[in-house]
Design a protein around this ligand. Structure first.
Ligand SMILES: Nc1ncnc2c1ncn2[C@@H]1O[C@H](COP(=O)(O)OP(=O)(O)O)[C@@H](O)[C@H]1O
Ligand SMILES: Nc1ccn([C@H]2C[C@H](O)[C@@H](COP(=O)(O)OP(=O)(O)O)O2)c(=O)n1
Length: 223
C-alpha cells in the first residue's frame, strides 16, 4: 500500500493558492481542501443569521451550529451551508470584506481547525490543504509544505482579472492588501516557517507556477 500524502500550502490573497493547489491535487491524485472557502462560508452563515460582525459571542454561536457540506474533489468543487449552494456568494466583495473579522475570533479558529484536521484525517489517498496557517498550525507535520507568494501589485492584478474587471483599484486594494494586513495579525503567511519552501510567482505564469510547485513537492516527498 502506498502511503497517504498530505501537502500544505499557504500564502496571501491572489498568490495562486486555490488554482495551483487544485492542479497539484490532480497531478498527485489527491483530494483538495480550500480552508479559505470554509472561513468564507462561515462568514456567509454569520451574515445570514443576522449576527453583528462586532459580536464575537454571536459569531461563535454561528460557528457552533454550522451545517457545512464541502466537497474535496479538485475537479468538482462544492460548498453548501444548510443545503444552500454558496459557491458564488462566498466570493462576493461583501463576504471578502467581512471574512477577516470572523477568522480572527480564536474559538472560531479552533472549531474550523478541528474540522480541517478531520478532512485531512479522512482523506484516504491524501490531500492538498491550502490557506493561511496550514503549514504552521493545521498540519505542521505535512509531507510537503509550501508558501506561495507574488508581489502585491501582481496579486491585485490577478484578482482584478479573476473578478472580470468589475472592481476598481481601491476596491481591489481593500479585498487584497487590506485583508492581508488584517489576516496577518492572526497568522504569519508572508514568510516561510522552518522547513517551508517558498515559490515566488511574481514573474511566472500559471503553468510555470504549477510546474515549480509540483517539482518542489516532489523534492520534499523524496526526502
Ligand atoms: N502564476 C500565475 N500567473 C498568473 N495568474 C495566476 C497565477 N497563479 C494564479 N493565477 C490566477 O490568479 C487568480 C487568483 O488565483 P487563486 O488561485 O484564486 O489565488 P488565491 O487562492 O491565493 O487567492 C486566478 O484567476 C488564477 O487563475
Ligand atoms: N487557513 C485559513 C484560510 C483562510 N483564512 C481567512 C483569511 C482570509 O481573508 C479568508 C479567505 O481566505 P481565501 O483563501 O479564500 O482568500 P483568498 O482567495 O486568498 O483571497 O479566510 C484564515 O484565516 N485561515
Amino acid at each position: 500500500m502506498t502511503e497517504k500524502i498530505v501537502i500544505a500550502i499557504d500564502g496571501p490573497s491572489g498568490s495562486g493558492k486555490s488554482s495551483v493547489s487544485k492542479a497539484v491535487a490532480r497531478h498527485f491524485g489527491l483530494e483538495y481542501l480550500d480552508t479559505g472557502a470554509m472561513y468564507r462560508a462561515l462568514t456567509w452563515h454569520v451574515v445570514r443569521s443576522g449576527a453583528s460582525l462586532e459580536d464575537p459571542a454571536a459569531i461563535i454561536a454561528a460557528a457552533e451550529d454550522f451545517p457545512l457540506q464541502q466537497g474535496t474533489n479538485p475537479d468538482a468543487e462544492s460548498i453548501l451551508v444548510g443545503g444552500t449552494d454558496v459557491a458564488e456568494e462566498i466570493r462576493s466583495p461583501e463576504i471578502s470584506s467581512a471574512v477577516s473579522a470572523v477568522a480572527a475570533v480564536p474559538r472560531v479558529r479552533e472549531i474550523l481547525i478541528q474540522l480541517q484536521r478531520d478532512f485531512i484525517a479522512g482523506a484516504s489517498a491524501g490531500i492538498v490543504a491550502e490557506g493561511r496557517d496550514i503549514t504552521t498550525v493545521v498540519a505542521p507535520d505535512a509531507d510537503a509544505r509550501l508558501l506561495l507568494t507574488a508581489s502585491e501589485e501582481v496579486r491585485m492584478a490577478r484578482r482584478g482579472l479573476q473578478l472580470g474587471g468589475t472592481q476598481n483599484a481601491e476596491q481591489l486594494k481593500a479585498q487584497v492588501a487590506e485583508r492581508d494586513a488584517k489576516d496577518s495579525r492572526v497568522n504569519n503567511f508572508t514568510e516561510a516557517a522552518d522547513g517551508v519552501v517558498t515559490i515566488d510567482s511574481t514573474d511566472l505564469d500559471y503553468e510555470a507556477t504549477v510546474a515549480a510547485t509540483i517539482a518542489a513537492v516532489q523534492k520534499q516527498l523524496n526526502r
